[in-house]
Write a protein that binds this ligand. Structure first.
Ligand SMILES: Nc1ncnc2c1ncn2[C@@H]1O[C@H](COP(=O)(O)OP(=O)(O)OP(=O)(O)O)[C@@H](O)[C@H]1O
Ligand SMILES: [Mg+2]
Length: 251
């Protein structure tokens, strides 16, 4: 599914003192069906806010967004959000975490158990289906979080710095896993990161935001084959250019 953001604004108004915080200003972005797009920008420039708006958790103050060229009343039915923190239920096992969305939809225990078992396997968690989140490594927890979102079959996946808390080795293997998953499912992905190399390794487009209020500063198209060579001249050239933009924004 395609996603179109049209003149989107967001201003928060503090409940305590009525002060306004302008988080996003005049955002115009179009993401095509099946595209992998990264969003990068300074802390506080409204990246999480944008994902929360697209998921329907927050209302924009102005402008609108369209999914497949249509206004949507209940975007959460088509959009899956993977949070900045893992946000797993500690009292549920891996399998129970993964089948949560199906349970909410009222799918029978047999059917959802079967489906969750498929995802446990697919996500390389075979020996851990009956374990609790605290018994997992960071990478595994993040895979559970992704599986839990994907089992609902969202057409658009939004990811908010999903690998930010992982060590660099685990991060690389998670990135590889995500690219395989994208290749296999052809989902549309909007991925927020602070890491330029991560954005460049994964995405077809990198959108650079200005500091708050977040505006689109520059969109880079990355027409390189996967897996990408992080030492190639082209990769180095785009990396340098993106870093220059980010430095200008004080990041
Ligand atoms: N619920 C809220 N009420 C009031 N202000 C908010 C709320 N959520 C976010 N903000 C403010 O909006 C701005 C954007 O916040 P947001 O979390 O979207 O930034 P971000 O780009 O995701 O930052 P980071 O990279 O640190 O995660 C910040 O100034 C923040 O303080
Ligand atoms: Mg954020």
């Amino acid at each position: 599914m395609s996603l179109e953001l049209i003149h989107l604004d967001k201003t928060y108004i503090s409940k305590e003192d009525g002060k306004e915080v302008e988080a996003l200003k005049d955002i115009d972005i179009r993401i095509e069906e099946g595209e992998f797009v990264s969003l990068i920008g300074p802390s506080g420039c409204g990246k999480t806010t944008l994902l929360r708006i697209i998921s329907g958790l927050e209302k924009p103050s102005g402008g609108k967004f369209l999914i497949d060229s249509q206004d949507v009343d209940a975007p959460w039915l088509q959009v899956g959000l993977v949070f900045q923190e893992f946000a797993l239920f500690p009292w549920r096992t891996v399998r129970e975490n993964i089948e949560f969305g199906l349970e909410m939809k009222g799918i029978s225990p047999e059917e959802r158990g079967k489906k969750a078992a498929e995802y446990v396997s697919w996500f390389g968690l075979d020996d851990f289906g009956n374990r609790y989140p605290k018994e997992l490594s960071g990478g595994m927890k993040q895979r559970v979080a992704i599986a839990r979102t994907l089992i609902n079959d969202p057409k658009i996946i939004l990811m908010d710095e999903p690998f930010g808390a992982l060590d660099s080795q685990t991060r690389l293997s998670q990135e590889e896993f995500l690219l395989n998953l994208w290749d296999r499912t052809k989902k549309t992905i909007l991925f927020v990161t602070h890491n330029v190399d991560e954005a460049l390794s994964l995405s077809q487009k990198v959108i650079v935001f200005s500091r708050r209020p977040g505006t689109v500063k520059k969109i880079f198209s990355i027409a390189l084959d996967y897996p990408r060579d992080v030492n190639s001249d082209v990769f180095n050239g785009v990396r340098r250019e993106i870093l220059e933009y980010l430095t200008e924004e004080g990041m």
